[in-house]
Ligand binder design. Structure first.
Ligand code: UDP
Length: 382
């Protein structure tokens, strides 16, 4: 089959590769002049530091097959992500762990004591928490919530935590020991040469043609036997039900001599600090030596026309709108929607890859059975 894929990020690239390996001919289009989507990396000429152009990306996964898959296309260096947070005039470790708790409360509690202490201050809920705030109050109690989550979340999402879903906070662990690794997945790493060469290798196949700097619409892809759309789902339908809401990010780039902040990511949890975090990229590559350094000061705001969509908002209003787009998508024949923008979900890189691998199998099975491939391989509401 001749297959057209809109988007050369992980979702589109992995699908392209799997289908090319199965003997199909693939054209991949991307509006940008590089592959890898928001995972794109570039070495800075001035400092020599590898920069994650669209903000920090740390690869972490619990899927052995996804880890094996990415290792086929590039070298990953062992890396453990540790985040610090400046809050209320102090610096602490995140995620909240026993050191955070003991430093915050000026105590010397052991694991069981700390668990009992936090539990005694936490909100008792009769039902599963629905809002971010309830989840946080049930999880860490009011003091840690106010210090580390409330202000940061209001800045990051532009909404009060009472309006946000609990699922956002469920991304973060709470530990009653001194383990301060941000991710507890068995596989964590940073690509030795950045993410872009990995995606280039995934796409390096005689049956794949890449068209960069080419913004395509649904109409541009009609000639293909099947289409995969990894751009915003609302854009495919010309925003006929209105534009889906996203948060976008602005990055203020700074260069300094030496070591700017001593760690890769410093979160700023106080609401009166206008940015959410500062990333110092050279700390992602401790195997490299650089006398200068480059930082991104990150600001979050609503995504307007022409801005890059980062975080899908997915509140009640957006979900209603999404339902309309999903209905339209299910009526289309010959197009499958994939990835963070195509399914309007907050996806990590490994989940994106996992879903494209599953999707490719389902697509190939449908073609073999002469069935029409689905509009979604994963339910966008699951
Ligand atoms: N969060 C917070 N304070 C922090 C870090 C995270 O309140 O210092 C909240 C915030 O709402 C954020 C969510 O936890 O959106 C998930 O955090 P994560 O670090 O996974 O966000 P990402 O790196 O994907 O932006």
């Amino acid at each position: 089959m001749r297959i057209g894929i809109a988007g050369a990020g992980f979702a589109g690239a992995v699908m392209a590769r799997e289908l090319a390996d199965a003997g199909h001919d693939i054209d991949v289009f991307d509006a940008r002049h590089h592959v890898a989507g928001n995972c794109h990396t570039e070495r800075d000429d001035d400092t020599g530091v590898m920069v994650h152009v669209y903000g920090p990306h740390i690869f972490h996964t619990g899927h052995d097959h996804v880890w094996e898959y990415v290792l086929r296309f590039g070298q990953f260096m062992p890396y453990e992500h540790r985040v610090k947070a400046t809050a209320g005039g102090g610096v602490y470790g995140l995620p909240v762990n026993l050191l955070t708790i003991n430093q915050f409360f000026g105590s010397t509690m052991r694991p069981n004591e700390a668990a009992a202490f936090v539990d005694a201050r936490s909100l008792e809920l009769e039902n599963q928490p629905v809002t971010f705030e309830d989840q946080a109050l049930a999880f860490v109690g009011p003091d840690l919530y106010e210090a580390f989550f409330k202000g940061y979340t209001r800045k990051q999402w532009g909404l009060d935590p009472t309006e946000l879903p609990a699922s956002i906070l469920k991304r973060l662990p709470l530990r009653f020991n001194y383990d301060d690794r941000y991710f507890d997945h068995p596989h964590v790493g940073i690509p030795a040469d950045g993410y872009t060469p990995i995606v280039q290798w995934i796409l390096d196949h005689p049956r794949i043609n890449i068209h960069l700097g080419q913004h395509v619409t649904a109409a541009d892809l009609v000639e293909f036997d099947h289409r995969f759309w990894t751009g915003p789902i609302d854009e495919y339908f010309d925003a006929s039900h209105g534009r889906l809401g996203y948060r976008t990010l602005d990055f203020e780039v700074e260069r300094h001599d030496g070591d700017y902040q001593g760690c890769p990511v410093m979160n700023f949890c106080d609401e009166d600090v206008p940015y959410t975090r500062v990333t110092e990229f050279k700390h992602f590559t401790p195997w490299e030596t650089h006398s200068r350094t480059l930082t991104y000061r990150e600001y979050s705001r609503p995504c307007g026309p022409g801005d890059i969509p980062y975080y899908p908002i997915r509140l009640v209003a957006e979900k209603t709108q999404l339902r309309q787009y999903v209905d339209l998508a299910r009526q289309e024949t010959g197009t499958t929607f994939l990835g963070r923008l195509g399914t309007y979900r907050y996806l990590d890189m490994d989940v994106t890859i996992h879903e494209s691998l599953i999707g490719a199998q389902r697509f190939l099975a449908a073609v073999a059975a002469r069935q029409p491939p689905s509009a979604f391989f994963i339910d966008p509401f699951a």
